[in-house]
Design a protein. Structure first.
Length: 155
């Protein structure tokens, strides 16, 4: 499958808005066990932003990452074909706010879910990884975060 890259100028011009939305989502994280809140914000092809936050569960395997919560909401709203960019931010929760200077990157499961959206949309989805204090902002493409991915074309 060939993925198309979006214009760099188009994506980066709206980064701040997407990062702010992800940061606001992280404030709603339900993370009583790890104390680590994560927020994600997905930009759709029409410019809409859909957010999600991590949701931990006492049965740890049922915990949902912020990226999967946001992408699940996208699926209900309009479908994964509309996904263009996702920003992920997180850190230790201290006094109700996320803290930290290391960027948060999607786990393997989330990379696979993001890749599925990329495969359906035909775009090499941009993944913006941000530290809680916003001092570090990394820009990646899902094809680089998950090389040699298994996707719909493999079925």
């Amino acid at each position: 499958m060939a993925l198309m890259a979006l214009s760099i100028g188009t994506c980066f011009a709206m980064d701040n808005e997407l990062i702010k939305a992800a940061h606001a989502a992280a404030a709603n994280a339900h993370a009583p066990y790890s104390g680590f809140g994560v927020g994600a914000a997905v930009r759709l092809s029409d410019g809409r932003i859909v957010i999600g936050c991590n949701f931990e569960n006492a049965s740890y395997g049922l915990t949902m990452c912020a990226e999967t919560v946001a992408l699940g909401s996208v699926t209900v709203m309009s479908g994964l074909r509309e996904v263009r960019t996702i920003a992920v931010i997180g850190g230790r929760i201290v006094n109700g706010a996320i803290n930290g200077s290391d960027p948060v990157r999607p786990c393997g499961r989330c990379r696979q879910v993001i890749y599925e959206a990329a495969a359906l949309s035909g775009y090499d989805v941009e993944v913006i990884c941000v530290s809680a204090d916003r001092s570090v902002v990394e820009h990646h493409r899902i094809s680089h975060l998950l090389p040699h991915a298994f996707g719909p074309d493999a079925l």
